[in-house]
Design a protein around this ligand. Sequence first.
Ligand SMILES: NC(=O)C1=CN([C@@H]2O[C@H](COP(=O)(O)OP(=O)(O)OC[C@H]3O[C@@H](n4cnc5c(N)ncnc54)[C@H](O)[C@@H]3O)[C@@H](O)[C@H]2O)C=CC1
Ligand SMILES: O=C(O)CCC(=O)C(=O)O
Length: 429
Amino acid sequence: MSTHVSKRLAAGASMPAPGDNVLINTQEAVHAALQRLGYNDTIYEVLKEPIRVLTVRIPIRMDNGEVEVFTGYRAQHNDAIGPTKGGIRFHPNVTLDEVKALSIWMSIKCGIFNLPYGGAKGGIVCDPRSMSIHEQERLARGYVRAVSQIVGPAKDIPAPDVYTNPQIMAWMYDEYSRIREYDSPNFITGKPLVLGGSRGREQATALGVCIAMREAAKTRDQHISDLRVLIQGFGNVGSNTARILYEMGAKVVGISDAAGGLYDENGLDIPKLLEERDSFGMVTPHYKNVISNDEFLVQPCDVLIPAALENQITENNAHDIQASIIVEAANGPTTPAADEILKQRNILLVPDVVANAGGVTVSYFEWVQNSQGWYWTEEEVNSRMEQMMVESVHNILKTARRYQVSTRLAAYMVGIRPFAEAMRWRGWV
Ligand SMILES: NC(=O)C1=CN([C@@H]2O[C@H](COP(=O)(O)OP(=O)(O)OC[C@H]3O[C@@H](n4cnc5c(N)ncnc54)[C@H](O)[C@@H]3O)[C@@H](O)[C@H]2O)C=CC1
Ligand SMILES: O=C(O)CCC(=O)C(=O)O
């Protein structure tokens, strides 16, 4: 067992509880969607797992001179439509099943938004919060060297996810360009602006979440400025969502991070919290009146926006959630058992594969801009993304009504269909 794994077990990392395995849950959702659309089980056989998964072991010399060996993954779900695309996560609890599920969710998002990609995802089992900047750089570069044969601008295009950021994208871009011996900005998205990043990418996921929330609220005759919002997670997505909603006039009554949450029924001082937040999305250590994450999720509000990790809304808290609208900014925050409860309670759910797809949509714009060497204004980026988000949210709500299914199943139906059709045209199934 590597030093790294033993540290992780010592830190109390746990196995998923039965029913919380995100891969099994995702496979069931894909199966249900394909069945509802009338596709046969051969198509499911192909789509239930990624077509390609690479597990890598990355030896890194740490600052103390010792070598630590990290495990990383890259899962590519399906490339019938085009190259695959999706973020890279640095987190101590990354598992292969999680990365596979995340790659399937990426496909569904690309299908809903008509992006010319299939889904992919990468992850490294590590805790960047306890690594120096130099160790993070060596790990980022080591990962690119390890997966370089299966990634590339026309194969698989990575991007940021939990605990990765434009700096890590920049090192990865640099490493890939050195390996290929030509400059390859379209290998990776979410880069700093000066290295070919797109205007608007940093806040794109959050802006998309806010647009999705606005559109969902409209269907219940509510306006953003009437709504009290609770946001779990204060990283890239959570903090930008809080900022944009605050600027749009919503009352952000709660925010949380990995250490707990802050709640104020009169609304929090979001600009102050944004100033205090660190690069890993932590802000609550500055405060004394911190509530636990379990208490946080059931505080009074109109809209709940989970923007942290998977399996946060479960059968244990779904009955007590007070929101009437949930907009899933995180990937996979709700378990299937909780989904059922939310549906029975008539809570309007905007699923992750729609709500957080503003990020990959603007990543697509970044890849297009890099390929053309022609850069767009922020207004162009935002308005194109907004149009696609508005259409996608209403398409999912309309599909749910038409087929009398949950919004989650409707989203899977819309998102998986292009893959089934592309595979048929190619003669794979
Ligand atoms: N960054 C992006 O463009 C996209 C991100 N997402 C998803 O959004 C979610 C958040 O991602 P980012 O904001 O990029 O990550 P990040 O690394 O910037 O921030 C993560 C935040 O979650 C908090 N957190 C961690 N564990 C927590 C826990 N147990 N309870 C409450 N908070 C906790 C952290 O303290 C931090 O505030 C993830 O599910 C990610 O997959 C989805 C689409 C695109
Ligand atoms: O920007 C991208 O390409 C992917 C973002 C991502 O990882 C996600 O949507 O979960």
